[in-house]
Design a protein around this ligand. Structure first.
Ligand SMILES: NC(=O)c1ccc[n+]([C@@H]2O[C@H](COP(=O)([O-])OP(=O)(O)OC[C@H]3O[C@@H](n4cnc5c(N)ncnc54)[C@H](OP(=O)(O)O)[C@@H]3O)[C@@H](O)[C@H]2O)c1
Length: 240
């Protein structure tokens, strides 16, 4: 059974990703700072093939311990989905230092370090799939999300360079860039902003996490063996 690690799998898009892999029989390991009723439910339902740890992605030692624990209990990680991330809305002249540090520490540095750790094992295994959840904000920008957008554009650059580094060992690296999804992260959008997004979206609605999981499963399948270094947009057409 393939082992998948999903960062930030306790809610939102991460929880939908975990659910979709569990539904297809994968072993899944995930973490976030706090467990939820969902993670408790999975632990009870799939005691042999679901592992959840409460930890912070910005804690490098905890990340290392997580990867060792997953490999010891479930086996080598063949798929890594870098999903954990945060947004912070503020115009750049008003954003404070802590918010900038938190965005970069989590969305970029934490993801780099976890990926470094997992990629070492994938190199020995000579196969692997790495999927970075970026965002259309990194491609087209949004007022008030300059630092967040920069972290997501940074992830896309990471994807392209890492695809070149790891391709020879049969490891693919791709970004999935969702549009606006109905999760806690977008709860701070006001009604006018939501309506404007829906109006500009050819498919006429916000996305649901379930709209994204099909592409992630596809990228982990044999049908996607020759796809690497790409940024794949799933946004109902808003950036077209
Ligand atoms: N929602 C959207 O419209 C949208 C659009 C494009 C891209 N995305 C991207 O999709 C990903 C998931 O977003 P979402 O909307 O599902 O967000 P969400 O509902 O806020 O979920 C974020 C997940 O990451 C975890 N997390 C946050 N900080 C963490 C930390 N320091 N250490 C470990 N885990 C942490 C959260 O759990 P804890 O809080 O318990 O740690 C949670 O499991 C993010 O990378 C986001 O940038 C979202």
């Amino acid at each position: 059974m393939k082992v998948v690690a999903v960062s930030g799998g306790s809610k939102g898009l991460g929880a939908a990703i975990v659910q979709s892999f569990l539904d297809r029989g994968y072993c899944v390991a995930s973490f976030s700072r706090r467990g939820t009723s969902k993670t408790e439910e999975w632990q009870q339902q799939f005691p042999d093939r679901f592992l959840f740890v409460e930890m912070d992605l910005t804690d490098n030692a905890a990340c290392k311990a997580f990867v060792s624990r997953v490999e010891d209990t479930l086996g080598p990680i063949e798929v890594l989905v870098n999903n954990a991330g945060m947004a912070h809305t503020s115009l750049l002249p008003l954003i404070d230092d802590d918010a900038i540090d938190n965005l970069v520490d989590l969305n970029l540095k934490g993801t780099f370090r976890l990926t470094r750790q997992v990629s070492r094992s994938m190199l020995s295994l000579k196969r692997g799939r790495i999927i970075n959840i970026s965002s259309i904000i990194g491609l087209s920008g949004y007022r008030g999300l300059s630092v967040y957008g920069a972290t997501k554009a940074g992830l896309d650059g990471f994807t392209r360079a890492l695809a070149r580094e790891l391709g020879a060992r049969n490891i693919t690296v791709n970004s999935v860039a969702p549009g606006y999804l109905t999760t806690e992260m977008t709860e701070e959008l006001n009604t006018a902003q939501s309506q404007q997004i829906v109006k500009r979206t050819p498919l006429g609605r916000l996305g649901d996490p379930a709209d994204i999981t099909g592409l992630i499963l596809f990228l982990c399948s044999d049908q996607a063996n020759f796809i690497t270094g790409q940024v794949l947009v799933v946004d109902g057409g808003i950036t077209c």
